[in-house]
Design a protein around this ligand. Structure first.
Ligand code: THU
Length: 163
């Protein structure tokens, strides 16, 4: 017999960066905005800035880095996440902020992390056992907040899947 189940994610939208309760996350958003200036995106011309907030309070920035051999490029999120583990090996990732050059209509949802970066974020949650907050900025600097990657990548594979 066929059974159909529904599943849904949840997100919150803050009208301005300053509405975020945690001041460190406000700073995180501004770091993502400044990281975007460091993008190297001559091929797509789509610039992305990311920043991660560590459990020790440190912030690490990343931007997308492209290559003439297209698949070699890396998303801003992964540049930031992998750098963060190297710069602060004893700290865990708590939140990640993201901004892109997407040309959005007013009120249109911003571009969220791509599927590959979502899977990398799953690995991060698995490492720490704690959910990561994902903050995505739109053109008007509204902040879309997702608490836990499961909201945007349900049924994800993790290390337990390999047992
Ligand atoms: N990109 C990111 O940096 N993060 C995302 O979540 C989406 C895509 C980059 C990769 C590539 O340099 C450009 O945006 C166009 O896909």
């Amino acid at each position: 017999m066929k059974k159909t189940i529904q599943f849904a994610g949840q997100l919150s939208i803050y009208d301005a960066i300053e509405e975020l309760v945690d001041e460190r996350e406000q700073a995180l958003c501004y770091k993502a905005i400044s990281a975007q200036d460091r993008a190297y995106a001559p091929y797509s011309r789509f610039t992305v800035g990311a920043s991660v907030l560590m459990s020790g309070g440190q912030i690490v920035m990343g931007s997308n880095q492209e290559n003439a051999v297209y698949p070699l490029g890396l998303c801003a999120e992964r540049v930031a996440i992998f750098a963060a583990h190297n710069i602060h090996p004893d700290s865990r990732i708590r939140s990640i902020a993201l901004t892109t050059s997407a040309d959005l209509e007013d009120g249109e949802a911003p571009v969220f992390p791509c599927g590959s970066c979502r899977q990398v974020l799953v690995e991060e949650e698995y490492r720490t056992g704690e959910e990561i907050r994902i903050l995505v900025l739109d053109t008007q600097r509204r902040v879309y907040v997702v608490e836990g990657i499961n909201n945007i990548l349900p049924f994800a594979m993790n290390k337990d899947s390999l047992d």
